[in-house]
Design a protein around this ligand. Structure first.
Ligand code: ADE
Length: 241
């Protein structure tokens, strides 16, 4: 069973790419896909690119053209939930699109014609990723908090405390309590739902989606998130069956 490992950023992919065995490259839809083995498991490494549409194209290509049978995502996110701090990890349970609004035709946040507002991750795959996250952090000698719950995605880098508060309050009013915000997960979750492919995702918290988010972000990605992604995904693939 081939597993896609989708990274949001090249820095997160680099370590895995260096460990990939029997490497073959394919170019599709203007994207590079790296096929090979990690710990004897067939994998395809790819970059999601940024934003919901780009990530959906990458996910669709992985499934349709490369035949992957499960998808795991690593990336960074802004912390939204109380107690979700920089350096913590969020393993997604479900996704909501915070910028989906076809009201008054459909209720706010509902994905038109799906009759739902959230897409769930595969419970077994998410549990495996959660366990790998704990082991990966232990291996790095870190006791960062690990959260498991709802992640909100949308085509905005949230970089103002006021905006983060408003986004969270509006979601909360509709019954959604997001732990973190990013720009791709809900799109990949929806594509995987369409194809009946198991999906799981982890996000390292790089900022608090506030006025300093744009400052924290690049430094964090290059110095911290890449190490987290490598340690966690290495642990995850090691236990894949
Ligand atoms: N990814 C990391 N931080 C983010 C933020 N503040 N908003 C959206 N996506 C992010």
């Amino acid at each position: 069973m081939t597993t896609a490992i989708l990274s949001a950023l090249p820095e997160e992919q680099q370590g895995l790419l260096e460990r990939l065995q029997h490497v073959r490259a394919q170019r599709r839809a203007g994207r590079d896909f790296w096929l090979g083995e990690l710990h004897g498991q067939p994998v395809v490494l790819a970059l999601s690119r940024i934003g919901k549409v780009a990530a959906a194209t990458t996910a669709t290509t992985l499934i349709e053209a490369l035949g992957v049978q499960r998808v795991v995502f690593t990336g960074v996110a802004g912390g939204l939930g109380p107690g979700v701090q920089v350096g913590d990890v969020v393993v997604a349970q479900e996704f909501v699109q915070h910028d989906m609004d076809a009201s008054p035709i459909f209720p706010r946040y509902q994905i038109p014609l799906y009759g739902r507002e959230r897409f769930a991750c595969d419970p077994q795959l998410a549990q495996a990723l959660l366990a790998a996250t704990q082991r990966g952090l232990q291996r790095l000698g870190l006791d960062a908090a690990v959260h498991h719950g709802l992640v909100a995605s949308g085509d905005r880098f949230v970089s103002a405390a006021q905006e983060a508060r408003a986004l969270r309050a509006a979601l909360q009013e509709a019954g959604h309590a997001p732990l973190a915000v990013e720009m791709e997960g809900a799109a990949v979750a929806q594509v995987c739902h369409d194809y009946g492919i198991p999906f799981a995702a982890m996000r390292t918290i790089s900022d608090r989606a506030d006025d300093t988010a744009h400052v924290d972000f690049p430094k964090f990605v290059s110095e911290v998130a890449s190490r987290y992604a490598l340690a966690i995904l290495d642990e995850f693939v090691r236990e894949l069956k």
